[in-house]
Write a protein of this length. Structure first.
Lengths: 370, 370
DNA sequence: CCTAGTTTGTCCGCTCCCCAAACAAATCGC
DNA sequence: GCGATTTGTTTGGGGAGCGGACAAACTAGG
């Protein structure tokens, strides 16, 4: 029983068509090279219907008849193998404080183009950063066109709060952005649909689709950088919350009388397990410079077995575990994925996280880490 | 952009029909008495299509042509008013430690039958409690049949962990139930589909549909009884979690070094704001007897202005607020509804909750309480 | 009272799309 | 080479929504 309200909008024949086109395309995407007859048998559609759907998908460059025949050749006419086309591609973009990364991927997930330009984006006014982004994407699009690819959209990952509907970056403190209509600006520069989303959210989806959380429908992806963010997948869908600011994992309070946090609360996990906090506990003075180097430094010293660093990391893991236990109990999650700077630090964090989690979460549940 | 995976199952014409029948029925349910033409204009369907859909809904006793004409009589042929039928009814059941309540409601939400039998269910073996439940529902069904009503299903609310798919009560400590297949047992006794669900979850849905949280798509309903449970509505849908145990709000840890909780963790809100904990702090000895009376006692003394009780309640409100702030930050919620024993105590709790929440949640958000 | 104007509800033809079944094509085993 | 088998396409049928035409019911105004 779902207690669902159902759709608010009326359906017609085109709704059916769209749904079934999606069924066929997704089936090929997940099951791999298939013949029409196989698709029909496996999805429950008729061979005739599948035939019609497939020819439409081929016409739209989404599917491809490879010319091969389906693999285990047995008795009867061999099937014509269909695969995801590599013509339609998407452009992905990561905007960060000190670099800008662009990639172009086709439907199979193969990367067809990748560039990264290191440059500090903090000093530039937002408009010129957007210009640079536009040029970078334009280069990627030109390269794609030269290869005969057909780009259909651009997705931008930013570290900040994003308003979903308009693609506006409401606040990205590290970049110094506030209320910047990134999607609209880029769309006007590029003439392609642009989606803007928080990097932790996208990272959670990536883990769900192709990473450590494949097949896990309820999990949280904790993303450590300067602060601690998070992406939450619930019921297999990215959860955003009322304002699209869901997953602010860093501001679960684990110590009500603890240090004041920038958010106004006290004892948020962020104040205890943020990169700089760990470094401070470990006795590493927060050297001015690239934040990335701080993680590297921690990893290096942990590998050397520096006791203070190991203790600080174990401690951080335990605090993380306490916050995660609350999230697990509240949301009945199945796993947590450690991302961002927690990724490289995971070997030293995860024992503490795991132990605390098992101790404090309602049922002993299998957690997966990465 | 939704990043949704889409449906896994193929669609056909009947899918469209079902969807549109739902659109029309829900439209009448939410917008009230309407003519066919109004429905068409407001949903975007054609008058012809609506006509066809309506006649099917009437044939199925879901809609009713009242004979009235639509209200603001203007120029032109008046429309024939359609309303939700009162023939199709659902049976609702609340199973608690010391009573059993049955009600029958039609589609408009009008209660057509209500009985409550006080009897302690703790001493009886589960099978005989199920027998009693079966008889109570049977009585309700007979009464409904005598009124010409057509019951289509039964929903059972229990205070315990319920496995959604099978309708099995995995654990209901207060009743002494464990792994009891309530839905299956009742279905075989009654011959009607039976849905079993956690009472806090149903309570959250009730608030969402007709209570304090109408129009609010992301909120939590905190349900205080002996323990502290919760129902979470996210994106307008009840959230259950991987195992259906979502919303265990009581086990958010707010004081990692605090009192040990039955769940294995420490400092769970439940240990701080549970009914008995409040009573203890307030200096009321936990009198043996009905738990209900404990809340009454607290209310009485609070009304008298007993300082210790007022302080204890304010304290509890603040602890609740701390836990809620974590949930708000994690899930970007819009509101909290206080239910169960927190309902009557709300006047003395909510100031503390509100103040703490405003202080500690990321953005100052308007919370609604009840 | 009668007629024009307006809105409602139904009906009919059209199209879209899925399904079922028949048919053509391609391959294997004997 | 021929039957058996499987694949892919074609054709006819039915469900369902859409658009337009039309009858029904009512108001307004002469």
């Amino acid at each position: 029983m779902t207690f669902d309200r159902g759709a608010a909008y009326p359906a017609d024949q085109t709704t059916v068509r769209r749904a079934n086109l999606g069924v066929v395309l997704r089936h090929v995407a997940s099951a791999g090279s298939r013949s029409r007859a196989q698709i029909a048998a496996e999805t429950g559609l008729t061979r005739g219907t599948v035939s019609s759907l497939v020819s439409e998908l081929i016409a739209r460059d989404l599917l491809l008849e490879t010319g091969e025949t389906t693999s285990p050749r047995g008795i009867g006419r061999p099937g014509a193998a269909l695969e995801l086309s590599d013509v339609v591609v998407g452009v992905g973009l990561e905007v960060n404080v000190d670099y800008l990364a662009v990639s172009v991927e086709d439907l199979t997930g193969t990367v067809r183009y990748r560039r990264r330009s290191n440059r500090d984006n903090r000093d530039s006014p937002p408009q010129s950063v957007l210009d640079r982004i536009g040029e970078a994407v334009r280069d990627a699009l030109d390269a794609a066109a030269a290869d005969g690819l057909r780009p259909v959209g651009v997705t931008v990952a930013v570290a900040g709060l994003v308003e979903e509907a308009s693609g506006t970056v409401v606040l990205a403190p590290n970049m110094g952005w506030a209320d910047l209509p990134v999607a609209a600006e880029l769309e006007s520069r590029l003439g392609l649909p642009v989606v803007v989303e928080n990097e932790a959210n996208l990272s959670a989806l990536a883990e769900h689709w192709t990473g450590a959380a494949v097949g896990i429908d309820d999990f949280v992806c904790v993303f450590g950088e300067v602060g601690v963010g998070g992406g939450i997948v619930l019921g297999g869908r990215l959860f955003r919350g009322t304002h699209g600011f869901g997953g602010e994992f860093g501001h679960i309070s684990v110590d009500p009388e603890g240090r004041a946090c920038a958010c106004g609360s006290r004892g948020c996990v962020e104040t205890l397990v943020g990169q700089e906090s760990i470094a401070r506990t470990a006795g590493i003075s927060p050297v001015a410079g690239r934040p990335r180097s701080l993680t590297d430094e921690l990893v290096r010293r942990a590998q050397d077995g520096a006791p203070a660093v190991l203790a600080a990391l174990d401690d951080a893991g335990r605090w993380l575990g306490i916050a995660l236990a609350s999230a697990f109990n509240l949301l009945d999650l199945r796993a947590v994925v450690l991302g961002g700077c927690f990724g490289p630090l995971a070997p030293w964090l995860s024992d503490g996280v795991r132990a605390t989690l098992e101790e404090r979460s309602l049922a002993a549940r299998s957690g997966s880490f990465s």
